[in-house]
Ligand binder design. Structure first.
Ligand SMILES: [Zn+2]
Length: 223
């Protein structure tokens, strides 16, 4: 039986489905050209390896609006430079998120009554889905930075609350992987932005998006 296959680059955190049609074939050649010397993996869609593809991966031809279509990926994809820029923060956060998710799946996660309340409060104030191709001016960079800083501050305050052992440890691990205000100086972020957002800012937003996703499952789990 034929099963769909994706190719993933784990350095750039991007996946592409392999389809035998003209435009997807062009996209596949582009992928080879772009990622041939990177850690690339072929994976069946329903394999265990595929489950390791977290939401930080850009998925060509997904139904997420900020992801590129086959034609965009094969051609002039506006977000390319930013989307394929290394995301060290998101990568570190993805590892922490995966370990937490594994503990939940293995029923090793011990929750306290406050966990769900705190997770829900945090998640309600988070809405991180930055499209890489969005052009930004100074005001947009500062507005996005302010949103990031406010969320980081909420995470810091939540970590000081009486949480369950696992949730408390998780928040502290996440906070040590996330940048501090000193790592995100507004002037530098503005200088490295334009026309696309600053890579550091985008990396942090993608990391927060992973956390947002995990907090949803904590909210549902303890409900
Ligand atoms: Zn790559």
């Amino acid at each position: 039986m034929w099963e769909p296959v994706d190719v993933a680059c784990h350095r750039c955190r991007i996946t592409l489905p392999l389809l035998d049609a003209p435009v997807p074939r062009e996209a596949w050649w582009k992928f080879l050209y772009e990622h041939a010397y990177h850690p690339v993996e072929l994976m069946w869609e329903h394999s265990e390896a595929h489950e390791r593809i977290d939401i930080d991966y850009v998925e060509v031809n997904s139904d997420i609006r900020s992801d590129p279509s086959f034609a965009e990926y094969a051609g002039e994809w506006t977000g390319r430079a930013l989307a394929l820029h290394p995301r060290p923060v998101a990568r570190a956060v993805a590892g922490i998120v995966r370990r937490a998710q594994d503990a939940m799946d293995a029923h090793e996660w011990r929750a306290a009554p406050a966990d769900a309340v705190v997770a829900e409060r945090l998640v309600r104030s988070m809405d991180f889905a930055p499209p890489p191709g969005e052009t930004v001016d100074d005001a947009a960079v500062l507005a996005r930075l302010a949103t990031v800083e406010a969320t980081l501050e909420r995470l810091r305050r939540a970590a000081a609350e009486p949480l369950g052992e696992h949730f408390g440890t998780l928040l502290n691990d996440l906070l040590s992987a996330l940048p501090t205000p000193a790592d995100l100086p507004p002037d530098e972020l503005r200088a490295e932005s334009g026309p696309l957002a600053s890579p550091r800012l985008w990396d942090t937003e993608r990391a927060l998006r992973l956390i947002q996703h995990l907090l949803w499952s904590i909210t549902h789990r303890s409900a």
